[in-house]
Design a protein around this ligand. Structure first.
Ligand code: SF4
Length: 301
């Protein structure tokens, strides 16, 4: 890993500082999308960990325009951002799952905002057909763009258990298409899925590296109230990783990843009144400190 600004891994902040010389914030947007794993095209249940908000707990309000959502978040963040710029992040549900003209309108509305220097698009690898890829390539040629793929695990047995709704080769194909078009992509993985053990988690990280991802997002599993995961957990409780186990796994994964892979996250965000387990994950500062402490203890960069 690079010793960048005394950080022990190459974070998204490090990337922004290298590229723009300053900190860049993200504003999370709701483009009014749905998801094929919820609207019945693949299933109605969705991934079992997914909340009603489509795994985007802190986004803007979907009934407002993209411009209004950005403006409102800029007001909220004004002391932090000052004259700085932002990335518009289409976060919840499946942000490439719509008519191509609707996608174009949403993405360009964000890109035309004077504070926005690029967009990040969260989606599923089975929602990147040729039309979408061509539009993404067009944007990628002019702006900063990355695509975020909700992989979570490369083990299809676990994927089935969480009702992800696609098999691992679909991810590999999407990764290949994005790589061929020089479009940056970030893979999400979750530590703590039911029945997934240490070896499978590390294998997922290795598969993400092999797939040529530009970045990785590591989340701890959140069991959120009202989700199918809550029902499963209450019916058949499964092992919840302790903070110590989680930190050990994150550090092991950080050791594996190439020095220029951008680490977007090493823990997740959850709302206090919605997360059932693991409770320790609500103290994000503590989780980050423990990861930092473990990296320091092992003297890893
Ligand atoms: S793909 Fe995303 S939005 Fe769709 S059900 Fe899964 S987590 Fe939720």
């Amino acid at each position: 890993m690079t010793k960048n600004n005394n950080r022990r891994f190459y974070s998204l902040n490090d990337y922004f500082k290298d590229k723009f010389g300053e900190k860049i914030y993200k504003v999370s947007l709701d483009g009014g999308f749905t998801c094929p794993n919820r609207d019945g095209k693949i299933s109605r249940g969705g991934c079992i960990f997914c909340s009603d908000s489509g795994s985007g707990e802190f986004t803007g309000d979907r009934i407002k325009t993209i411009t209004t959502q950005i403006d409102e978040q800029l007001i909220f963040l004004k002391d932090k951002i000052g004259e700085g710029k932002v990335i518009a992040y289409f976060q919840n549900f499946t942000n490439t799952y719509a008519d191509i003209e609707y996608l174009r309108k949403m993405y360009y509305e964000a890109l035309e905002h004077p504070k926005v220097i690029g967009i990040a698009i969260g989606t599923r690898p089975d929602c990147l057909d040729e039309d979408v890829l061509i539009l993404l390539k067009e944007i990628n040629d002019k702006y900063l763009l990355w695509v975020e793929l909700g992989l979570q695990t490369s083990d299809d047995r676990i994927a089935k258990l969480i009702n992800r709704g696609y098999e691992y080769p679909i991810y590999e194909k999407a990764a290949e298409n994005l790589r061929n078009m020089n479009i940056k992509f970030v893979a999400h993985m979750i530590i703590g899925l039911p029945e997934e053990e240490r070896g499978g988690i590390i294998k997922t990280a290795e598969d993400i590296i092999k797939s040529g991802a530009w970045g990785i997002k590591i989340h701890s599993l959140h069991i959120i109230k009202g989700t199918s995961m809550e029902t499963l957990y209450k019916k058949t409780p499964f092992h919840i990783f302790s903070l110590v186990e989680y930190v050990e796994l994150v550090v092991t994964i950080l050791r594996l990843i190439p020095k220029d892979m951008v680490v977007h996250r090493v823990t997740g965000d959850g709302k206090k009144d919605e997360v059932i387990e693991p409770i320790w994950s609500l103290n994000k500062r503590k989780v980050l400190n423990e990861i930092e402490k473990e990296l320091k203890r092992r003297d890893l960069y």
